[in-house]
Design a protein. Structure first.
Length: 261
């Protein structure tokens, strides 16, 4: 199994599949590379696809030191690319992965060919936060009820009526408590507003119109802040648009990534 080592000696697990131009798929907060399992094959048919486990998740090291920020995660992605011998790649990040992708594109522009930011936010004072009702639903003491609330934020009732799991978008159950706290803090403290105008890669913003976990209003903020970005909203989609609405989202992203530069 391939591992990359970071400057602070953290081992990061990653996998490479497919063939063609490299494409890095970045998952959401406190999730492993399995986040992409349901749609990865379609990307592997066209690209050399790289997936990874963030520090604190999956097969990667889980340092107890406070080394978890979205900017640090972007550096970790660069370390994986270095280890894999990849100079430049397309980057597709969703949720917290989109936050990480923002830093990667702004701080390492030479590494990013085309950029897709899905169901994500610029963070900081300019980002649109989820409402108090959403926070209350996720933090209720009844664990089963909180789990159900998260499912309903990710997927529509119609999808949940016919799909019963396993779901790979609800967090890595093997994470230790310290790593889970660090991931939550890293995502909450993300603020790339001042860095976004430095992104030079062609950028596509994708979001579901019914996403309240990461409110849809963040999409136009990103599209207006990143030079020459374009935006596509998927009607009726919630946070896991890339899975439930894969028949729309995957061709959309593939088309963007394969456009002539």
């Amino acid at each position: 199994m391939p591992y990359a080592k970071t400057a602070d000696d953290t081992a990061l697990y990653y996998e490479i599949h497919g063939r063609g131009t490299p494409l890095v798929l970045l998952s959401g907060q406190a999730n492993t590379h399995h986040w992409w399992d349901s749609v990865r094959a379609q990307f592997e048919a066209r690209f050399t696809t790289v997936v990874m486990d963030y520090r604190g998740t999956g097969n990667s090291d889980r340092p107890e030191t406070d080394t978890y920020t979205t900017a640090r995660f972007a550096g970790d992605v660069a370390a994986v690319l270095d280890d894999a011998g990849i100079d430049r790649a397309h980057i597709y990040g969703t949720s917290m992965g989109g936050r990480v992708a923002q830093w990667l594109a702004a701080e390492h522009p030479q590494r990013v060919h085309r950029l897709v930011l899905g169901c994500t936010s610029p963070g900081g004072p300019h980002g649109i936060e989820r409402g108090p009702d959403v926070r209350q639903a996720l933090n209720q003491p009844d664990a089963d009820a909180a789990h159900r609330a998260l499912l309903e934020l990710m997927y529509t009732p119609g999808w949940l009526a016919t799909h019963h799991g396993p779901f790979h978008t609800l967090g890595d159950a093997s994470m230790p408590a310290h790593a889970r706290r660090h991931h939550l803090r890293a995502s909450a403290r993300h603020n790339a507003w001042d860095a976004l105008p430095r992104i030079t890669a062609p950028t596509l913003i994708v979001h579901g119109t019914d996403d309240t976990l990461n409110p849809t209003a963040n999409a136009p903020l990103l599209a207006e802040r990143i030079p020459n970005a374009r935006m596509h909203l998927i009607p009726g989609a919630r946070h896991a648009y890339f899975e439930e609405f894969a028949d729309v989202a995957t061709p959309l992203v593939l088309g963007f990534l394969t456009e002539a530069s």
